[in-house]
Design a protein around this ligand. Structure first.
Ligand SMILES: N[C@@H](CCC[C@H](N)C(=O)O)C(=O)O
Length: 354
């Protein structure tokens, strides 16, 4: 450890994770900095619940002190954060939806937007991804989660450089590719535009798609375009009564649930509120089904670009600014697939008895 890192390393009484009764019963958490080639680069702390910190997340996961302990690695993609579980030895998730909701609690648990399981592949896919939202519900897909999933596999399998995997999800086959710079580019497949398949009860307005349909929420008539990226999204660029939608001014926690539970969305919905900065630059905030306001939503950013193209507001290739940072999204004309590129990284690892 460098002198600067050593000076920055601190020990403090264990926080929320320890409060969830870790089996190794550490009384302290050590915050340490991983080795870094460039000493001038900003350094990110790695908190380990183990008293003597292992050298890597993979070696930590190999330590099976107890049958009951759940070993996890916390990842984030633009601040959309997940508890990643190595579930490669079983097709049954190691925690129940109820346990997942407890683990995701930011005061009484580890704190996360969801729990993601790396499982054995089916239908010739390399792996299967399952995810529980922070309320315990199970969505079909997660864009930021799949980038974290790819980086977690690389860590588990000790892979370096560029790598690509096929991942079976509730939204079909998803193919992430880790690039040389560490970013992950994901083939997110084709958007689904037919109302009943999204699902929404809103009627089609353009061919079979629900584009700029009117939806009444909180006394305003919103114009919404509905897109499924395997999971349902309702995208709005504004309401009839609003001159311009300023996404920073929205009271998301008040209006978000009204969209999520609207009768027009039988499976509930994720909702994206969008401002067009230019034809290739969009800004959005999201209210996620089962997770509330998050700092980023990968499937949401994909849905936003598809909706913007359908509404004639943007080009097929855009940068989408989310509260947690930007994503590059392209809806290709030749194969009709949506491609998403962005970061994902491990932030800390630990163990807990769920
Ligand atoms: N944050 C995710 C989406 C996670 C699932 C979503 N909450 C749902 O229920 O559909 C993403 O990055 O796509």
């Amino acid at each position: 450890m460098s002198p600067a890192a050593a000076a920055a390393a601190t020990s403090f009484a264990a926080g929320p994770v320890a409060a969830s009764t870790p089996i190794t019963a550490p009384s302290r958490v050590r915050v340490r900095f991983p080795p870094c080639a460039d000493p001038a680069a900003p350094r990110r702390a790695v908190a380990s619940m183990a008293v003597s910190a292992p050298r890597s997340a993979a070696s930590f996961l190999e330590r099976r002190e107890s049958e009951r302990a759940l070993h996890f690695v916390k990842y984030q993609g633009l601040g959309n954060d997940f508890i990643m579980v190595d579930n490669r030895d079983s097709p049954v998730p190691k925690v129940t939806p109820e346990e997942a909701a407890k683990l995701c609690d930011r005061n009484f648990g580890i704190g996360a937007d969801g729990v993601i399981f790396v499982m054995p592949g089916v239908n010739d896919a390399d792996y299967t991804m399952r995810i529980f939202n922070s309320d315990g519900s199970e969505p079909e897909m997660c864009g930021n989660g799949v980038r974290c999933f790819a980086r977690f596999i690389a860590e588990l399998e000790n892979l370096q450089g560029t790598n690509s995997f096929t991942i079976h999800t509730g939204a079909g086959l998803i193919i992430p590719e880790i690039q040389n710079d560490g970013q992950v580019k994901v083939d997110m497949g084709e958007p689904i535009l037919s109302g009943p398949d999204i699902p929404t009860k809103l009627l089609a307005t353009k061919n079979k798609a629900v584009v700029q349909a009117e939806l009444s929420v909180e006394g305003l008539t919103w114009h919404v375009t509905c897109v499924s990226m395997g999971n349902p999204h309702c995208v709005t660029f504004g309401a009839k009564e609003l001159k311009v939608l300023q996404v920073d001014d929205l009271k998301l926690s008040e209006i978000g649930p009204k969209f999520e539970h609207h009768e027009m969305f039988p499976a509930r919905t994720n909702t994206e509120f969008v401002q067009v900065l230019s034809r290739s630059h969009l800004k959005m905030r999201v209210w996620e089904r089962g997770a509330g306001a998050t700092l980023a939503c990968g499937t949401g950013a994909c849905a936003v670009v598809v909706a913007a193209v359908l509404e004639g507001r943007a080009e097929r290739k855009c940068v989408v600014d989310l509260p947690g940072g930007p994503l590059e999204i392209e809806w290709r004309e030749d194969d009709n697939h949506v491609y998403m590129t962005g970061p994902a990284e491990a932030v800390f690892y630990g163990s807990v008895v769920p």
